[in-house]
Design a protein around this ligand. Sequence first.
Ligand code: PHE
Length: 452
Amino acid sequence: MAREKWGTKLGFMLAAMGSAVGLGNIWRFSFVAGNNGGGAFLILYLLFVVLIGVPLLLTEVSIGRKAESDVIGSFKKLAPKTPWYLTGFFGIASAFLILSFYAVVAGWAMFYFWNYINGSFFTSPDVGYEGAFGQFISHSWHPIIWTALFMTLTIVIVLGGVKRGIEAANRIFMPLLAVLMIVLAFFSLSLDGASEGMKFLFTPDWSALSDPSIYIAALGQAFFSLSLGMGAMLTYGSYLKKENKLPSATLGIGLMDTFFAVISGIVIFPAVFAFGIDPSSGPPLVFITLPTIFEQMPFGGVVGLIFFFALVLASLSSSVSILEVPTAYFMRAFGWSRFATSVLMGSIMFVMGIGVSLGFGVWSGVTPIGDLGILDSMDYIASNILLPLGGLSMALLVGWFLKKSEALEATDLSNSPIGGFWHFIVKYLAPILIVIIFLNAVGLLSVIFPFL
Ligand code: PHE
């Protein structure tokens, strides 16, 4: 059977933007920035997006398009008879880890959408939004129903192929989400005390840079938000036709993704300070802040309804790209049908998601890594370690294994003035930065280089 292809280049762009923009921009960005001191984190994150993220995005998509295969098959094709393909399993593993918590959080967003439909979040519940949210996520089965619903939608889209559903939905919902975010940003800025939030986000406290964990957090956020290192963009790239040009497409994806992250910071942090919420409250941060903002707004109930609808769709367009990674691999490697593969993979992720959800209730004392709970631990391993490792492997493959001329051709940069610059980044700068950040995070940098 011939491999599926995108209908148009725009279709690919929309799907890739849909993959990039999601909970990572709004939910994950806000709490990771909040945990890491705000301004200094934002700058590092932006730096990593420009220096590592966008060049690697181009690299990843080009691998897929050149090899026309999934994350494992592509390594096998481009580096035959080497063990390189084994690094593809970082991508498969991170897909399982990430989607199983992603579906839980997207389930929370669906529950919020539901509460705006039936009006119960128009005004603060008796226990307050924070209390209501706490009760909800710690419930033994209630949030799991929403996880199941979200996972089912994801599976349905993936098993139907992506052309009609996801391409079409993104065309409408991404602009809608963008407009809403801008309206919300202005509203949030008009709140008393908003300037505190803007200061937090835009006045870097440089002393935060002395903590090694901020670098790995910013790197992980750049990878997560750009859907990088897992093979999602690689797999999407493999459905591209050769004549579609890559550099402008990847730049567009990077810009769009960054725009959403910065705007959501401008929405969240002014409100966080105006309402006296703790910026480092972790994963629940936006779920407490947003309804509080909506309640203060004229027509806040309607805004909330549309917002969470758009957020759920943005999450869906990301989750399908994650599920597509193992689906594409297992279909090819084992000859299974798309139907059976996507249902099986999605079901395994759902079962893992049950554990994540219980981590906010009966298993809240379970801390697999340090003092991190179940969701945070899975997120740490996947986003901060596996994704950058996947990206590192792709950079080394294209930078060192392929000839420079092949690499430039694969990325449509053969005749471009930035070709040499891109190649330098992928061959040297990005790998070195990633390795330094890793060494720094495990405390080895100062052991190897005592003068630092
Ligand atoms: N980029 C997506 C988001 O920001 C999440 C994602 C990560 C998607 C990795 C695919 C691969 O929500």
